[in-house]
Design a protein around this ligand. Structure first.
Ligand code: C5P
Length: 424
C-alpha cells in the first residue's frame, strides 16, 4: 500500500550541499502517493535549480515572500493551509537558527509560522556546526515547540570529515513522515458521511426543514481525509464549500439521501451526522398552495430512518450515529445505540443546555459525549475542526477493535418502523 496516499507534503529546501538529495526525495514522496509542493530558500538555489524541483514535483516552485504575483496565487497562508505536513529537507544550521528565533523574513520561515500542522526538519550540516552549542540550543528550542527532528545521521560528510550531520537517508525520511499519519489512521478505508439538513417539499416553493448548518459533518469529512480515508459526503443543502479531496453528493430530501447512501454501500465506516427531517408532507402539491383559511393542517408522514435502515441492510458496516438531546443525554443516546444497532453514538446537547456550553446549531464549537457498547468518553468543548479530529481518532480506534474482536452483541435492530404513517 502507498503509505502517503492523499497526503500533501510541503517540502522546504534550504542551502546545504544535501539539497541535491531533495530531487530524489520528491520523486520517492510522489511514488508513495503524496502530492508535493516545494519552497526553496535563496541559499538552496546555489545547490539545485528550481526548474529541477518543479519538473519533479509537477508544481511551480515557491521562492519569494514579497512577490505580489505569487501571493495573489498561492501565498504563504494558502500554502500553509494546503499542506498536511511541512518537511524541511535539508534544514541548514542557519535555517534552524532563524526558525528557533521565530523569524518570518522569507517565504519558508513565514509558512512555518503560519502552519498549524506538523513540522519536521531533516538537519544537514558539517558535524562541528551540528555540535556547536548554538545549534544544540536551537535544536532543543525547536523540539520543545513540538517540531520534529528527523536525523541527522552520522557518517562521512561532503567536506571530507566524519561525524553527525549527514541528512537522513531518503527511505528513512519517508518512513518518518508516514509515521506522523499513523495514529488513528484510516488509510485505505472508505468513509461515508451524511451532513446538513434535508428539505421536504410542501409545494414548489415551500418545504419542511431545520437549522442544521452541516458544519460538524463537513469538519468530520475533513478530519477523515486527514486520517487517510477516501471520503464520500452526502450532504443536504448547506452554505459550505466542499472540503478538499472529498466526493460530494448533493441531495435535498430524506428519500434522496437514503438512495445516495445505499447506492454507495457497503463502505468501511458510515457516520450519520445529518439532521434528517423526521416528517415530510404526505402529499406534495403540484402548484403553490393558496392562502385560504385561518388555520391550515398539513398531514405529515415519517421519513425513512436512513441510518437504521442502512445498518439493517448492511450490518457489516461500522456505523456511527449522532444524538441531539435536550435532557437525559446518555440514556437516550444509549437507547439509539441499541435500537439502531450502532457501534457508536456521538451525543450532544441542544437547546438551552447547549447554549450554556457554547455549542448550538450553526456555531463553530461543540462538545460530544461518545458512547459505545461497553464504554463512553467526554470530548470537551472545542472548535468543530478539533473535535472532529478527536472523534475520528476514537472511531478509527474502535473500528480496529471491532475488526479484531468482531462487532459487539448490541447490534440487534429491533422494531424498525416503516415510513409512511401519517400524523395529524
Ligand atoms: O432518531 P434520531 O433522529 O434522534 O437519530 C439521530 C441519528 O439518526 C443521526 O445520526 C441521524 O443522522 C440519523 N437519522 C437518519 N435518518 C432519519 C433520522 C435520523 O439517518 N430519518
Amino acid at each position: 500500500m502507498q503509505r502517503l496516499t492523499n497526503k500533501r507534503i510541503l517540502l522546504g529546501v534550504t542551502g546545504s550541499i544535501a539539497a541535491y538529495k531533495s530531487a530524489e526525495l520528491i520523486r520517492r514522496l510522489r511514488g508513495a502517493g503524496a502530492e508535493v509542493q516545494v519552497i526553496m530558500t535563496h541559499g538552496a538555489e546555489a545547490f539545485i535549480t528550481p526548474l529541477t524541483l518543479q519538473a519533479l514535483s509537477g508544481h511551480p516552485v515557491h521562492q519569494n515572500l514579497l512577490d505580489t504575483k505569487a501571493e495573489a496565487g498561492m501565498g504563504h497562508i494558502e500554502l500553509a493551509r494546503w499542506a498536511d505536513v511541512i518537511m524541511i529537507a535539508p534544514a541548514s544550521a542557519d535555517f534552524m537558527a532563524r526558525l528557533a528565533a521565530g523569524r518570518a523574513d522569507d517565504l519558508l520561515t513565514a509558512v512555518c509560522l503560519a502552519g498549524d500542522i506538523p513540522l519536521a526538519l531533516a538537519p544537514a550540516m558539517n558535524n562541528r556546526m551540528w555540535r556547536d552549542k548554538a545549534t544544540v540550543d536551537n535544536a532543543k528550542k525547536l523540539t520543545s515547540r513540538g517540531i520534529l527532528l528527523f536525523g541527522p545521521d552520522s557518517g562521512e560528510q561532503a567536506c571530507g570529515e566524519t561525524g553527525p550531520g549527514r541528512m537522513r537517508e531518503v527511505d528513512l525520511l519517508i518512513n518518518d513522515l508516514a509515521d506522523i499519519f499513523q495514529v488513528g489512521s484510516l488509510t485505505g478505508k472508505t468513509v461515508l458521511i451524511t451532513a446538513g439538513p434535508t428539505r421536504e417539499p410542501i409545494d414548489p416553493v415551500r418545504f419542511v426543514s431545520n437549522h442544521s448548518s452541516g458544519k460538524m459533518g463537513y469538519a468530520i469529512a475533513s478530519a477523515a481525509v486527514e486520517a487517510g480515508a477516501k471520503v464520500i459526503l452526502v450532504s443536504g443543502p448547506v452554505a459550505l464549500a466542499a472540503p478538499d479531496r472529498v466526493e460530494l453528493v448533493k441531495v435535498e430530501t430524506a428519500e434522496q439521501m437514503l438512495q445516495a447512501v445505499q447506492s454507495r454501500m457497503p463502505v468501511d465506516i458510515f457516520i450519520a451526522t445529518a439532521a434528517v427531517a423526521d416528517y415530510r408532507p404526505v402529499q406534495v402539491a403540484k402548484d403553490k398552495i393558496k392562502k385560504q383559511d385561518e388555520i391550515m393542517a398539513l398531514a405529515l408522514e415519517k421519513t425513512p430512518d436512513i441510518l437504521a435502515e442502512t445498518k439493517a441492510r448492511f450490518p457489516e458496516v461500522f456505523s456511527v450515529g449522532f444524538a441531539a438531546e435536550t435532557h437525559d443525554l446518555e440514556a437516550h443516546a444509549r437507547g439509539k445505540l441499541i435500537k439502531k444497532g450502532l457501534e457508536m453514538v456521538a451525543a450532544n446537547w441542544v437547546g438551552e443546555a447547549a447554549a450554556a456550553s457554547g455549542g448550538t446549531f450553526g456555531s463553530d464549537t461543540n462538545a460530544l459525549h461518545l458512547i459505545w457498547a461497553d464504554g463512553q468518553i467526554e470530548l470537551p468543548l472545542a472548535s468543530k475542526a478539533r473535535l472532529a479530529r478527536s472523534l475520528i481518532e476514537h472511531i478509527a480506534h474502535h473500528y480496529d477493535d471491532c475488526q479484531r474482536k468482531g462487532f459487539p452483541k448490541t447490534n440487534n435492530v429491533v422494531n424498525l418502523k416503516k415510513p409512511g404513517k401519517p400524523v395529524a
